[in-house]
Write a protein that binds this ligand. Structure first.
Ligand code: P6P
Length: 300
C-alpha cells in the first residue's frame, strides 16, 4: 500500500510541493500526539512540572510554526492563531492553516482537526481559493487521517502503528444523499429563508450529522459521499464566523475536487478574494444539488 510520500511522487508533485506537504504530514502527527497526551489546561497556567501550560491550540500552532520555519520552500505563513501573516524565509510557497479547528471540543473528547491551504504566493492578501495548489485536513479522531487534494481528486491516508500515513481511499467522490449538518441554527430566529431551508431538510427526514467541528463534519460528508454543511450569517454577523482563508477555501477545494460544490449563498467560495486574513464568509458546502438548493432558498 502506498505511503503519503509515494502517492505525492506518483502524482508528479514538484520537489518543493512534495517537501511542504511532507512537513505538514509530520506536523499533523505531532499535533495528533499532542491532542492525545497534552494537558488540556488553559494557556498561562502551569502544569505539574511548573512549566508554562500551553492551551492545545497554542501548542498546535507552535508545532506548525516551528516546522514551517524549518522548510526552506515556505516563505510566508498565516495562522488563525496569529494576528497577521508571517514571513519565514525566501521560499515561494505560502501555507495558511487553522492549527486545531474546534479545539474546545477536545475538552469533551470529540474529534477535532487541522486545516491547511497551500499557495505559491508572497502574501495571502488578494489570493482566491482557486489559486490553491493543494489543501488538506488532518482529522484527530479514533484514528488520525489526512484528506488531501493536489488538484487531481481527493484521497485519504490513515496513520498506522508506526506513524506512517498509508493510502486508504484513492478516489473520494461526493454525490447526493439525505444527510445535513446545519450550523448556526440561531439564524433561523431572524432569517425566514434559512428557517425554510432547514425546515425542508427536516420535512424530508434528512439524517442530522453535526458535531460542532467543521473538520469532522465535512470529513463525514466527504467519506460518506453525500450531504450538506451550512453556516450562514445573520443580524450583526452577516458573514457568520467561519474564515474564508483558513477554513472555507481549503475545505471548498477538497469538496469541489470530490465532485461537490461550495458557495456563500450567491458566490462560489473559490472565486472569493481574500481581502483580510480574518475575513468571514457564510458557507454552504457539499453535494452539488444540495448547494444549488441552498442558493435557491437563500435568494428568496
Ligand atoms: P457553532 C469551531 O469553533 C468552529 O469554528 C467550526 O469548527 C464549527 O463548524 C463551528 O465553529 C461551530 O460553530 O456556532 O455551532 O458553535
Amino acid at each position: 500500500m502506498k505511503t503519503f510520500g509515494e502517492y505525492l511522487k506518483g502524482q508528479g508533485a514538484s520537489d518543493e510541493l512534495y517537501s511542504v506537504l511532507m512537513t505538514l504530514k509530520d506536523a499533523s502527527s505531532e499535533i495528533s500526539e499532542a491532542v492525545r497526551v497534552a494537558d488540556k489546561g488553559e494557556a498561562g497556567t502551569e502544569n505539574i512540572y511548573g512549566e508554562q501550560q500551553l492551551a492545545i491550540d497554542v501548542l498546535s500552532d507552535k508545532i506548525l510554526q516551528g516546522m514551517m520555519k524549518g522548510n526552506s520552500f515556505v516563505g510566508v505563513i498565516a495562522s488563525e492563531e496569529l494576528p497577521d501573516e508571517m514571513s519565514v524565509g525566501d521560499g515561494e510557497y505560502g501555507v495558511c492553516y487553522d492549527p486545531l479547528d474546534g479545539y474546545s471540543l477536545v475538552d469533551v473528547n470529540l474529534a477535532v482537526g487541522s486545516i491547511f491551504g497551500i499557495y505559491k504566493t508572497k502574501s495571502f492578501v488578494g489570493v482566491k481559493g482557486d489559486e490553491q495548489l493543494a489543501s488538506m485536513i488532518a482529522v484527530y479522531g479514533p484514528s488520525t487521517t489526512l484528506i488531501l487534494t493536489v488538484g487531481k481528486g481527493v484521497v485519504k491516508f490513515m496513520m498506522d502503528d508506526d506513524g506512517e500515513f498509508i493510502l486508504r481511499e484513492d478516489e473520494i467522490r461526493v454525490d447526493e444523499g439525505k444527510m445535513f449538518a446545519p450550523g448556526n441554527l440561531r439564524a433561523c430566529a431572524s432569517r425566514q429563508d434559512y428557517f425554510d431551508l432547514v425546515s425542508f431538510w427536516c420535512k424530508e427526514k434528512y439524517t442530522l450529522r453535526y458535531s460542532g467541528g467543521m473538520v469532522p463534519d465535512i470529513n463525514q460528508i466527504l467519506l460518506k459521499g453525500k450531504g450538506i454543511f451550512s453556516y450562514p450569517g445573520y443580524g450583526d454577523v452577516p458573514d457568520g464566523k467561519l474564515r474564508l482563508l483558513f477554513e472555507c477555501a481549503p475545505m471548498s477545494f477538497l469538496m469541489e475536487q470530490a465532485g461537490g460544490a461550495s458557495t456563500d449563498g450567491k458566490i462560489r467560495i473559490m472565486d472569493k478574494e481574500v481581502e483580510r486574513l480574518d475575513q468571514r464568509t457564510p458557507i454552504f458546502i457539499g453535494s452539488k444539488d444540495e448547494v444549488k438548493r441552498c442558493e435557491e432558498y437563500l435568494s428568496s
